[in-house]
Design a protein around this ligand. Structure first.
Ligand code: AMP
Length: 492
């Protein structure tokens, strides 16, 4: 099967050829003809399957006819996060080179006025996060009655983030007769309810993620002491001693820890960036760009970076914290070993993390080998101890606070519904560059994420990765020798 058999326009085919892609991926092969015949499509596919082009390419073909009107976009794509929205825009820029289409991005953290001006000029493709889109419709600057085609991407993640009520509202603002393309990795009951309500006789297409991704990732765990400075010690040792480390994402569970680990690594001379949900958009984009280009080989991130982002060729993933939700582990380590490349994922495991590791091993259907090397007793360097005092003091202070007053765990990939950019927490430069502005007088919407709900209750079995390779011996040739020392059996 080649792209030319799918019914795409000549302009789009030329743009695809220019990218070097010769064969459509299974989701593209299955979905594109249905999109072009204007059917609703229910696509069950994860990121990494080529699903973005599965809707972008036929949309570009459809949009060749017709013109945009002021404030009335012709097509609307909903994405759960700013990064994913920006990534979809990149796809339109790449494949839409031969066309004069107006593509607008409505995401939080960037100027409202600029977005409004763009809407006034007329938009063919509107790519938006739900909160910012509703802000624009409520202010009267945007009419959705001209939308001919609606894409809801990463729907199960929208569910995790508490966006489903927003999605339902948006679906009621677009014409009943529009075409809808709906993508989700899993079909929990709430997503099924949405598809039953808002899709008309959809064509279902389903693909599983290629098993090669998991096969090529070597997974390891390293024991650590319980204190944060001990974990930072372990991390530095791993970073210094790892062989073939080209670049790495270091995941923390809380954005506060992202900032601390980022600072600590910088202090120890590592070239490192940070990415979490409280940074303003320009700082997030800059960090990602620098990491993608290799200017910063290390990126400390919260789960905001765990899913969906297309960052090719990450050689290592480190879990500074073991994620509390097992499926986050799968997504995190999925950042490495992409497209058949090898990768290494190492989790730093403090005693309190053991329960999470057990749950992860159950989910992935294999045990994660332990690296021994006296990591538990690693000592902090004096300057790091100084750095350590701050968070410890902070935690002492927070002990007197109610749980609400303490910093909550970062909602997984929650798109903040702010109308104005928030100051960056991790990037002093970015914080300076963004003048603080007063909050709007309108009351904020109540939009608490549902991330506290146990994820296993929302998931079905299809999320479980394929374990075709369980019995295969892992290739450890690219690992440093210390990682391969025999594991001592625990004392009975
Ligand atoms: P996605 O699932 O949309 O995030 O895409 C994952 C990656 O696959 C992106 O880097 C795309 O550029 C790439 N990709 C999309 N379609 C194809 C194709 N037909 N052949 C090879 N790579 C592709």
């Amino acid at each position: 099967m080649s792209f030319s058999n799918l019914g795409l326009s000549d302009k789009v085919l030329a743009a695809v050829a220019a990218t070097g892609y010769t064969t459509p991926t299974p989701i593209q092969e299955q979905a594109i003809p249905h999109v072009l015949s204007r059917r609703d499509v229910l696509g069950i596919a994860q990121t990494g399957t080529g699903k973005t082009a599965a809707f972008v390419l036929p949309m570009l073909t459809i949009l060749e006819k017709g013109r945009a009107r002021a404030r009335m976009p012709r097509t609307l794509i909903l994405e759960p996060t700013r990064e994913l929205a920006a990534q979809v825009k990149e796809n339109f820029d790449r494949y839409g080179v031969g066309q004069k289409l107006n593509v607008a991005l409505l995401i939080g953290g960037v100027s409202f006025g600029d977005q409004d001006a763009k809407l006034t000029r007329g938009v063919d493709v509107l790519i938006a996060t739900p909160g910012r889109l509703l802000d624009h419709t409520e202010r009267g600057g945007l009419l959705l009655t001209g939308v001919e085609l609606l894409v809801i991407d990463e729907a199960d993640r929208m569910l995790d983030m508490g966006f489903i009520p927003d999605i339902e509202r948006i679906c009621k603002l677009v014409p009943f007769t529009r075409q809808t393309l709906f993508f989700t990795a899993t079909m929990p009951p709430e997503i099924r309810r949405i598809t039953d309500a808002f899709l008309h006789n959809p064509q279902k297409v389903e693909v599983s993620k290629p098993a090669t991704t998991a096969i090529t990732v070597t997974q390891l765990q390293v024991p650590s002491g319980r204190e944060a400075h001990q974990k930072r010690d372990v991390l530095r040792r791993l970073l210094r001693e790892a062989k073939d480390l080209k670049n790495a994402i270091i995941f923390c569970n809380r954005k506060r820890d992202v900032a601390i680990v980022h600072k600590s690594l910088q202090k120890h001379g590592f070239s490192v960036g940070a990415l979490h949900g409280d940074m303003d958009q320009s700082a997030r984009t800059a960090a990602l760009d620098q990491f993608r280009k290799g200017e910063l080989p290390l990126l400390v991130a919260s789960d905001v970076a765990a899913r969906g982002l297309d960052i090719p060729e990450v050689s290592h993933v480190f879990n500074f914290d073991v994620p509390h939700h097992s499926d986050d582990y799968v997504h995190r380590i999925g950042r490495t070993g992409r497209a058949g490349r090898t990768g290494t994922a190492i989790s730093i495991v403090a005693p309190a993390d053991q329960k999470s590791v057990t749950a992860i091993e159950k989910l992935i259907g294999q045990s994660i080998p332990t690296i021994e090397g006296n990591y538990e007793v690693a000592e902090s360097s004096p300057e790091d101890e100084q750095h350590e005092r701050r968070p410890r003091d902070a935690s002492r202070r927070s002990r007197g606070k109610t749980p609400r007053e303490r910093e909550p765990r970062e909602p997984r990939e929650r798109e903040p519904r702010e109308r104005e950019p928030r100051p960056a927490a991790a990037s002093p430069r970015a914080a300076q560059s963004e003048p603080s502005r007063s909050a709007p007088s309108r009351p904020a919407r109540s939009d608490q994420p549902r991330h506290e709900q146990p994820r296993h209750e929302q998931r079905n079995e299809s999320r479980r990765p394929r374990r075709d390779h369980d019995n295969e011996p892992a290739d450890h040739s690219h690992l440093p020798a210390f990682l391969l020392r025999p594991v001592r059996a625990p004392l009975p």
